[in-house]
Design a protein around this ligand. Structure first.
Ligand code: UTP
Length: 293
């Protein structure tokens, strides 16, 4: 089982302005929890024990969120709000957090490279801090990817999900060389133009890598926007004959991408409706609102 994970959270989140002007997009709530808490809980449930956050300026609330706060606990106890203490259960996760900064936002590949001293010679998981997998973050995808990594002695394992033709140009897309839910990847394209995609299998923000990925990232040239694309580094793995495997999300493991308002709104409503305490009343309220239109 892979014990180390990198969670990049340094992006500027400009597509979610103004909400992200002075707070990280990864801290926006989806129903009761900030997005990044779902990501951390998913990793912890997959056996990850050390998480390195790649942060940036204005992201210190992430560090505060995962820090144990004895004053808050004492206040809840002394004001007879004990029932709220269970909302802080996640503080007891058996996961250790580390933080480093990406000073200039030079893309996802560059963010991952900041984690090189942390992982050393071990394989590691990467989970994007703005993407939740599965309703309420219930997914075993990282544990399955870890098994595929070991079984196939791969250099990289990438989680993918089929998307519609309209969505395909929003994501990195893989070119499968074999069939099945676990398959070999021959190539990848970042945000292919409509009609030019090698498949409809989009990369969903969960990866397992051998440390060789860092050598590849170092060779990637910045794109037109000055960004070092992770997809380019994975392409180099394919080109140099390394084994790159794809794993499809299982039914129910849909990827919720929070990077734009349309999907953020949709995700919030779906998660809030699934909340056992507040969901039923919200459903009634929504029905009334929709009938009024
Ligand atoms: P995005 O591709 O959504 O980029 O990042 P962004 O900069 O956050 O958002 P926009 O385009 O300005 O709206 C995907 C993930 O990679 C991280 C982000 O924090 C997010 O979790 N990321 C991106 C970095 O850590 N560093 C970067 O330079 C870019």
């Amino acid at each position: 089982m892979i014990k180390n994970a990198i969670v990049p959270v340094a992006g500027l989140g400009t597509r979610l302005l103004p909400a992200t002007k002075s707070q990280p997009k990864e801290m926006l709530p989806v129903a009761k929890k900030p997005i990044v808490q779902y990501v951390v809980e998913e990793l912890a449930a997959s056996g990850v024990r050390e998480i390195l956050f790649i942060t940036g300026r204005g992201k210190s609330s992430i560090e505060n969120h995962f820090d144990h706060d004895p004053n808050l606990l004492a206040s809840l106890n002394s004001t007879s709000k004990e029932e709220l203490i269970e909302e802080l259960e996640f503080e007891k996760l058996k996961t250790h957090f580390l933080y480093t900064r990406q000073s200039v936002q030079r893309g996802l590949g560059d963010a991952i490279l900041c984690g090189e001293p942390f992982v050393g010679h071990d394989p590691f998981t990467v989970a994007l801090g703005d993407s939740i997998i599965g309703l309420q973050g219930q997914s075993r995808i990282c544990a399955r990817m870890s098994e595929v990594y070991e079984q196939h002695q791969a250099a990289a394992v990438i989680a993918v999900e089929p998307v519609s033709d309209e969505q395909v140009s929003l994501y990195g897309v893989v070119k499968p060389e074999t069939d099945g839910d676990v398959f070999t990847i021959g190539d990848l394209v970042e945000k292919p133009p409509a009609g030019k995609a090698p498949s409809n299998l989009a990369i969903v923000g969960r990866y397992v890598f051998a440390p060789v990925i860092f050598d590849m990232i170092r060779h990637v040239k910045p794109d037109k926007r000055g960004e070092i694309q992770l997809t380019e580094a994975i392409r180099m793995l394919c080109e140099t004959g390394r084994r790159v495997m794809g794993v499809k999300l299982a039914p129910g493991e849909h990827r919720y991408d929070i990077g734009n308002y349309q999907s953020y709104f949709e995700t919030f409503i779906e998660f809030a409706l699934a909340d056992p305490q507040h969901g039923p009343r919200l459903r009634e309220r929504l029905k009334k609102l929709l009938e009024r239109d």
